[in-house]
Write a protein that binds this ligand. Structure first.
Ligand SMILES: NC(=O)c1ccc[n+]([C@@H]2O[C@H](COP(=O)([O-])OP(=O)(O)OC[C@H]3O[C@@H](n4cnc5c(N)ncnc54)[C@H](O)[C@@H]3O)[C@@H](O)[C@H]2O)c1
Ligand SMILES: O=C[C@H](O)CS(=O)(=O)O
Length: 474
């Protein structure tokens, strides 16, 4: 782990396994509370250093880190694929997204502006001039999930450095290697010591100290709803950013381009083995095209290549571990016991769970109400547009949604009525670029990421007023 400006090894380690065959890839230190205290003390110095870095230096470091990753993108992609459950193709895409995230962070570093304030809008303040500017909050605690182990860390580290903050990253216990490689890129780029720390360990062991320490001014969390709620309760009076779970719906109306709708929703459902916060979980299809859609959908899923995640021809590899695959298997079996039909699927093999399509799923089943975060999608025929919208909204999540239609009025009605943080017209919910505002409502989180928006969260306005010796004449 990279803490307080040094690479630290420890006897007490956490083993990092390849989910595909349970082979040991590497070990990382299991940080103790003492290590966390040392890291936070170092970050105090790092915060002073970060805040005093001129913007041109921040820009240079961010671009150099992006360039380093670009030069070594094969290794970065292989690490994501090996420690996680993405295919090498998906991992390569994530590396390219990370490079973009850092380059956008460099661009946004020069746009952290304030404004002059016309104090004389208030009687009695005719003798004042001034402005407000945005200042860095100090130390950010970043806690990140397993499924995008590089780019979602970059989405916190890039904006933190761009805005002059120090940041302590606690990556997912099962996929820490990519975050450590991000620290390597910043070390190579010349980031001063103690601005960035990556501390490896179990969230349940070192997480509480990190989120509750008074020196931590913001907790930037990406992960599951339950963990997010626990952290929010413990964090106390400090900024929190919560990028949480989802249960994303897609609506397909009878005027849609059905072939595009099938291709997009299949990809959206099974990308990253469905371990994707934007993954398509529910598809509501107007009744008169339902049979045709379901038939084309099943056919496309049956052509999905499941296998060795390191092969370029593979569409889908294993889940992150066998426990998660067993959970998904249990939820599917419960839905079937409650009357659901399995149109496509099969038996679990270790951490491999086949792409599965269910219909007639009871809305009261776990798999319909909770976040699947696995390779399962539910198809529902609906009588009309209104019921599609009301059923789409009827869960405790609201990250992103999709709707396929050529009716502009229905598109705008969906934009108004769907209770989400993002809606994609003629695309599935699984769409994001790194510069757009990103986040959700209800159980999907608090606040927005997306570089410029993260910078806003990681800075505060400070008002400056000059009281003049005499009233201004103009
Ligand atoms: N909205 C988004 O942008 C987004 C993006 C990716 C993933 N996610 C969500 O993340 C979840 C999957 O990721 P996961 O399984 O890694 O999530 P998780 O909640 O299990 O873990 C997330 C992080 O929290 C840490 N953690 C766990 N308990 C903790 C505690 N008590 N204190 C401090 N830290 C603790 C973990 O070690 C990990 O680093 C899904 O719900 C998915 O929707 C959301
Ligand atoms: O898992 C959720 C991710 O934030 C989606 S993306 O990889 O950033 O598009």
């Amino acid at each position: 782990m990279f803490i307080a400006g040094k690479w630290v090894e420890k006897e007490d380690v956490i083993e990092v396994f390849n989910p595909q065959d349970n082979s040991l890839i590497s070990t990382v230190p299991a940080a103790s509370e003492e290590d966390m205290l040392l890291t936070i003390e170092g970050a105090k110095e790092g915060a002073e250093t970060a805040a005093s870095m001129p913007v041109h230096q921040r820009i240079s470091i961010l671009n150099k880190a992006a360039a380093y990753i670009e030069e070594n993108q094969g290794e970065y992609a292989a690490t994501i694929a090996l420690e996680g459950s993405k295919t090498i193709r998906e991992a390569t895409s994530e590396v390219k997204r990370c490079i973009q995230t850092l380059k956008i962070s460099a661009e946004e570093a020069r746009r952290i502006n304030g404004e002059t304030i016309p104090f004389d809008q208030a009687e009695g303040s005719e003798d004042r001039v001034g402005y407000y500017y945005r200042f860095p909050i100090g130390i950010v605690a970043a806690i990140t999930p397993f499924n995008d182990p590089l780019n979602l860390v970059a989405h916190k580290v890039g904006p933190a450095i761009a805005s002059g903050n120090a940041i302590i990253v606690k990556p997912a216990t099962v996929t820490p290697l990519s975050a450590l490689m991000l620290a390597e890129a910043f070390e190579q780029a010349g980031l001063p010591p103690k601005v960035l720390s990556v501390i490896t360990g179990k969230g349940s062991v070192i997480g509480d100290l990190l989120v509750t320490h008074p020196a931590i001014r913001m907790v930037s969390f990406t992960g599951g709803l339950e963990t997010g709620e626990e952290i929010a309760r413990k964090a106390g009076l400090k900024k929190i950013s919560m990028e949480l779970g989802s249960n994303s719906p897609v609506i397909v109306l009878n005027d849609a381009d059905i072939d595009k709708a099938v291709e997009s929703t299949v990809s959206g459902a099974f990308y990253a083995v469905g371990q994707n916060c934007l993954g398509v979980q529910r598809v509501y299809i107007e009744e008169d095209i339902y049979e045709r859609f379901a038939s084309l959908f099943v056919d496309r899923v049956q052509r999905y290549q499941v296998g060795d995640k390191m092969l370029n021809t593979t569409d889908m590899g294993p889940m992150i571990n066998e426990m998660e695959a067993i959970r998904v298997e249990r939820w599917v079996e419960e839905a079937i016991a409650m009357g659901a039909k399995r149109l496509v699927g099969g038996k679990r093999q270790g951490a491999f769970y086949p792409p599965t399509v269910l219909t007639d799923v009871s809305p009261d089943s776990t798999i319909a109400r909770q976040e699947i975060f696995g390779p399962v999608v539910l198809l529902y025929p609906v009588a009309d547009f209104d019921s599609a919208i009301s059923r789409s909204n009827d869960v405790n999540y609201g990250l992103q949604a999709g709707i396929f239609t050529n009716d502009i009025n229905k598109a705008f009605e969906a934009i108004r009525k769907m209770d989400v943080g993002g809606i994609m017209i003629n695309d599935s919910s699984d769409y994001r670029i790194d510069g757009m505002p990103f986040g959700g409502v209800k159980g999907s989180g608090l606040g927005r990421e997306g570089v410029k928006f993260t910078i806003q969260e990681m800075t505060e306005p400070k008002v400056v007023s000059f009281k003049l010796a005499q009233k201004r004449s103009v």
